[in-house]
Design a protein around this ligand. Structure first.
Ligand code: FAD
Length: 376
């Protein structure tokens, strides 16, 4: 069985080659092709893909340290690891034999699949405004998506649309669409506050003809297909938040030992030491919740609540930790010469990626109330 890269090797790549490319990532807002080639050679796409589909077969608990390590480096790196090790799940779980073949290409880093749910006009889930209307042996798709990560270069898009107007649980259908489909407009001009290099795009399609073979899963199974990515992704993103928060703490510790005021390193001041201790406790608490959620995923029970709990906590945790890390840096931290400036901006993206804190609160509260609902 093929062996995954060691964690040291893996971290070395994201903290080394990837980190050195920050000026290009920030300046050009795209990942240099040489880094994509190196990432593929290292096997970053295939960590959790099953061996029979060309991967190393790591379980989610085994994947966590890799996600954390990638997230210590610049955001596009962890985004590759997060997306590649998640998007294969709906394809392998619901795809036709032809679609499943794509997973082996994903494993080798030869193809990129983006996840396309969010719309400017509609909400997510049942409120999607994209429409898929049956037309002979295919579909007519109309609507738009935005903020689609790696939309600038993805070869395929896993896209959800409403296949009827009932706005019911079984009203969504998912499609796996090739980029070159006639009538598929992809506009990668969307600029974000941070996460530079992750290539966000608008997708637009009006009456776009889609052969039925591009449908992923059964008609009406779209929510289930999307959730098979989202349950993983909430845990995976939480692990990334732990990694980025740990990096912010590391930067704060190093800076506090370097920076001297009134003849002493600020690390000797009680106020600064208290910040560092609070940050450490926050990171460790987040890591514990992520581990518990990954174990629930592995056991196949209680995943939705555990994943939403981990994400809810980690969203606030990475916000608090990067706030404190910035404060420890003083005004220097607010300049682009300090890595914490980019880390701070990148951390704010987590508020939105694949579900806001408010949506996690809804999920957690729903489970709490269901658990205690009186029998009727
Ligand atoms: C860096 C980044 C990467 C992303 N990558 C992708 C991607 O690859 N694919 C993709 O499909 N999307 C992606 N997104 C989009 C992201 O998933 C959405 O921004 C997020 O889910 C929130 O949806 P929205 O922007 O439509 O916010 P809105 O739904 O407009 O929400 C606005 C506010 O209202 C609150 N709100 C909305 N509805 C409710 C409700 N029912 N109950 C309570 N509060 C509510 C929200 O919590 C939020 O505070 C990305 C976003 C970012 C920033």
């Amino acid at each position: 069985m093929p062996v995954p890269p060691s964690l040291d090797q893996f971290r070395g790549f994201f903290r080394g080659e990837f980190e050195r490319a920050v000026p290009e990532l920030e300046g050009e807002d795209r990942i240099p092709p040489r880094l994509l080639e190196q990432a593929a050679r290292l096997g970053v796409h295939r960590l959790s893909i099953p061996p029979e589909l060309g991967g190393f077969g790591l379980s989610l608990p085994e994947l966590l340290p890799y996600l954390e390590a990638a997230a210590e480096g610049p955001a596009p790196g962890r985004m590759i690891v997060h997306l590649s090790n998640g998007i294969w799940r709906p394809i392998a779980g619901y795809g036709s034999p032809e679609q499943r073949q794509l997973v082996t290409e994903l494993a080798e880093g030869r193809t990129t699949v983006a996840f396309a749910l969010t719309e400017r006009t509609g909400g997510t889930g049942r409120d999607l405004h994209s429409r898929a209307v049956r037309d002979g042996d295919g579909w007519r798709l109309s609507g738009e998506k935005h903020l689609i990560t790696f939309g600038d270069r993805a070869d395929w898009f896993l896209l959800a649309a409403a296949s009827d107007d009932r706005r019911a649980r079984d009203s969504l259908t998912t499609f796996l669409l090739p980029r070159d489909l006639s009538g598929f407009e992809i506009d990668a001009s969307q600029r974000t506050m941070g996460l530079h290099g992750t290539g966000h795009a608008w997708l637009r399609y009006q009456e776009m003809w889609v052969p039925d073979r591009h449908r992923l899963g059964e008609v009406g199974q779209g929510l289930e297909v999307a959730l098979s990515f989202l349950d993983y992704s909430r845990i995976s993103l939480s692990a990334c938040m732990v990694g980025l928060a740990r990096r912010a703490l590391e930067e704060a510790i190093a800076y506090s030992q370097r920076r001297v005021t009134f003849g002493r390193p600020i690390a000797e001041r009680d106020a600064v030491r208290a910040h560092l201790a609070d940050m450490h406790a926050d990171v460790e608490a987040g890591r514990g919740l992520v581990r518990a959620a990954a174990e629930a995923y592995q056991a196949g029970s209680g995943v939705a609540a555990a994943a939403a709990t981990a994400k809810l906590f980690c969203l606030h945790m990475v916000g608090r930790v990067t706030d404190l890390a910035l404060r420890v840096h003083g005004g220097f931290g607010y300049t682009t010469d300090a890595p914490i400036e980019r880390i701070y901006r990148d951390a704010r993206g987590f508020w939105f990626e694949e579900g806001t804190a408010e949506i996690q609160q809804l999920v957690v509260a729903r489970h709490l109330l269901a658990d205690t609902a009186p029998a009727s």
